[in-house]
Design a protein around this ligand. Structure first.
Ligand code: BEZ
Length: 217
C-alpha cells in the first residue's frame, strides 16, 4: 500500500460513531466495552509493553488515577501483548516507579479489537498498535480521538482537559475555545438568524459571544 492510499489510523471510525463492542481478557479480569456504559471512558492503545515511552505514559496515568476518577472517567488500555506480558510489565513498573496500574490493560493478540478501532498502522510491517486514544461518552459514542506516533508520548493534562471540555460542553451547552481550561467561560453557538447579524451592536457579536449566563462553567 502506498503512503497516499494508506488509511490513517482511526480512519474507520468517526466522531459520533458508536464505539464497537468487544469482550477480552484484561489485567483487571474479563472486560466488555459495555461494562463502562454510563461513565466516560478513555480507551487507548500503546505500541508495546516494556518500551520506554509507553512506560512513562502508564506511570503518569496511574499517578493521575484520582484525577480521572473525580471526572467519573474510566481508563482502559490495549495492546497486542499477552495478558502475562502485561502483568510482568506492571510488576516492573510498580517496583521501579512505586505506582500500581489499576485500570484494565486488554490483550489483543489477534488485533481484532485494534483493527475494529483503526489502532493498527497499516503501513507498518509489524502489528503493533499506534498511540490512538478514544474519548467515549456515557452513551457509548466516540466524542473525540487522537493519534500520536510511537515516539511521542501523550500529555495526561491534555487528556484531562479534553474530558473537562467534553463534559462542560454537554453540561452547559456551549463551545470550548482554544486553550480552554476547566472553569474558563464557554462560547455560544453562532446565531442562524439574519436579524441577529444586522441588529448586533458589534459586527462580530452574532458569531463570537460568551455563552449565556448560567450556561458557562
Ligand atoms: C516506546 O514506547 O518507547 C516505543 C514503542 C514503540 C516504538 C518506539 C518507542
Amino acid at each position: 500500500m502506498t503512503h497516499e492510499t494508506a488509511q490513517p489510523p482511526c480512519a474507520g471510525l468517526r466522531i459520533g460513531d458508536t464505539a464497537p463492542e468487544f469482550e477480552a481478557r484484561s489485567t483487571m479480569g474479563p472486560v466488555r466495552l459495555s461494562d463502562f456504559s454510563g461513565r466516560w471512558l478513555i480507551l487507548f492503545s500503546h505500541p508495546a509493553d516494556f518500551t520506554p515511552v509507553c512506560t512513562t505514559e502508564f506511570v503518569e496515568l496511574a499517578r493521575a488515577a484520582s484525577d480521572f476518577e473525580k471526572r467519573d472517567c474510566a481508563l482502559m488500555a490495549l495492546s497486542v501483548d499477552s495478558l502475562f506480558a502485561h502483568f510482568a510489565w506492571l510488576r516492573i513498573i510498580r517496583d521501579r516507579f512505586d505506582v500500581e496500574v489499576r485500570f484494565p490493560i486488554v490483550e489483543d493478540p489477534t488485533l481484532v479489537i485494534g483493527r475494529a478501532y483503526g489502532m493498527v498502522a497499516p503501513q507498518d510491517n509489524d502489528s503493533a498498535t499506534v498511540r490512538t486514544t478514544f474519548f467515549i461518552d456515557p452513551s457509548g459514542t466516540i466524542r473525540a480521538m487522537t493519534c500520536y506516533p510511537a515516539n511521542l508520548g501523550r500529555s495526561i493534562p491534555e487528556m484531562l482537559r479534553m474530558i473537562d471540555g467534553l463534559q462542560a460542553i454537554d453540561n452547559h451547552n456551549g463551545l470550548a475555545p482554544a486553550n480552554w481550561q476547566a472553569g474558563d467561560p464557554l462560547l455560544s453557538s453562532p446565531s442562524q438568524n439574519i436579524d441577529d447579524v444586522y441588529n448586533a451592536d458589534n459586527a462580530s457579536d452574532w458569531f463570537m459571544k460568551p455563552a449565556a449566563k448560567g450556561d458557562a462553567t
